[in-house]
Design a protein around this ligand. Structure first.
Ligand code: C2E
Ligand code: CA
Ligand code: CA
Ligand code: CA
Length: 274
């Protein structure tokens, strides 16, 4: 066939249609996923640098569809985020995580909140209500947000974080280093920890640049009085370098993959890893 402009345009339209159909399927599927029992949470330990004690667990959502099998949160969360589905989904995730937390001896649970959830009207009241309903101390919930959530409307975000922290919640800035946050602005936000993005940990052994970035983030965090959690730690060599660099907490497959609630409970009661 002759490759004219119209043909290319039609091809483009068709692949657009394909993308839209895919999103529709995800959106529709998510709508019924909770009732169908297709969603679950897995928990990954966050360990202290010295004693290798488990201080908390990050909750990560899983979606196993009857129709297409498992779909990654990296795929469906951004789609849910573009509609109000994220609120129903997020509420379910939080309630579920708080319920499981009741059985753990003292650790916190670290829950991911998308920018749209964070900017929701009365987010603070909503979170407070959820922990009160579950009978959980605010200090046992860590709220993970990304730079995107707070830098678009920095003043409002600073206010929200301040209130949350006043109430005793822990706040972690996730995927730190991948966004376009100005380092100067960081000090405006009430935070407890920075989470160094996995991509830097992964590059540490290979490129001097990544290692330099990891060191800088750790220094910055400490200078601001924050904990620094290194995520995506997979090897012994990374553990050693991160300890030397001074990361306060580590998380990754080296210690444990994210595991279902029952296994997490076994780890939590045991309190130590390795
Ligand atoms: P994230 O918050 O940065 O989560 C860390 C991701 O790295 C998780 O992928 C985790 O399973 C994976 N991971 C942990 N340790 C290692 C490691 O040592 N090596 C490697 N290669 N990967 C590791 P997952 O569970 O697929 O989640 C992907 C993203 O989806 C999350 O990135 C987060 O942005 C989003 N997400 C997951 N669960 C939730 C949730 O409950 N709510 C919201 N809003 N977003 C979520
Ligand atoms: Ca996270
Ligand atoms: Ca992360
Ligand atoms: Ca991420």
């Amino acid at each position: 066939a002759k490759r004219n402009g119209r043909g290319i345009a039609r091809l483009f339209d068709e692949s657009m249609d394909e993308g839209i159909r895919f999103r529709r399927r995800i959106e529709n599927g998510l709508g019924g996923a909770i009732e169908k029992g297709e969603l679950s949470l897995v928990y990954q330990p966050i360990v202290s640098r010295d004693s290798i004690e488990i201080v908390g667990f990050e909750a990560l959502v899983r979606w196993n569809t009857q129709e297409y099998g498992p779909i990654s949160p990296a795929v469906f969360i951004p789609i849910a985020e573009e509609s109000n589905i994220i609120h129903e989904l997020g509420d379910w995730i939080l309630a579920q995580a708080l319920e499981v937390l009741k059985q753990w001896p003292g650790q916190y649970v670290s829950v991911n909140f998308s920018p749209r959830q964070f900017r929701r009207h009365n987010f603070v009241g909503h979170i407070m209500q959820s922990v009160q309903h579950a009978g959980i101390e605010p200090a046992r919930l860590q709220i993970e947000i990304t730079e995107t959530a707070i830098f678009d409307d920095a003043d409002r975000a600073a206010d929200t974080l301040y209130k949350l922290r006043q109430m005793g919640f822990r706040i972690a800035l996730d995927d730190f280093g991948t966004g376009y946050s100005s380092l100067y602005n960081i000090r405006k936000f009430a935070l407890d920890s920075l989470k160094i993005d996995r991509s830097f940990i992964d590059g540490m052994g290979r490129e001097r640049e990544s290692a330099a970035i990891v060191h800088s983030i750790i220094h910055l965090g400490h200078a601001l009085g924050l904990e620094v959690i290194a995520e995506g730690v997979e090897t012994e060599a990374q553990v050693q370098s991160l300890r030397i660099a001074g990361a306060s907490h580590l998380q990754g497959y080296f210690f444990s993959r994210p595991v279902p609630a029952e296994q997490a409970l076994a780890l939590a009661t045991q309190r130590f890893i390795g």
